[in-house]
Write a protein that binds this ligand. Sequence first.
Ligand code: FES
Length: 147
Amino acid sequence: MKTDNVAKPKQNLMGSEVVEGYACKPKKLDPNKPIMYYHAIVYICSDERCAKAGGEEKAAWLRGVVKDMGLHTGTQRIKVSRSLCQGACRFRQVAQINAPAPNDKLWLKHTHTFDRETWVEILRAIRDNKAITENRIEMRVYEEQGL
Ligand code: FES
């Protein structure tokens, strides 16, 4: 029996062949290719004040947790992205989550104190559309004061 010794080209999660040395950079850019679907996106603030509390690499670490849970692809995909200052530094390290209700417009505070198990619970709640009630940052409409 003849074996095929030719290595398969490396592909990213979207099925595109990738540039050698990269995990996801496509060799051939298709500007009209759809982006990868996500059920929810978590923005981890990695700007100066939040990074001092929780580290600049928190988003990368959280991506690993998402991947371990199998939520990095498919219809329940949770995308994790870094952000610059979200204007809520006093609550550092801030995470903003855009997910279907009841976790829409969800902001979490003090995420630098969360351990892995806490994040797993949060990610499960996002996946299952169950309300996250702990560590929410309250929002309020402040009317403009007559100056
Ligand atoms: S630095 Fe994170 S909210 Fe400002």
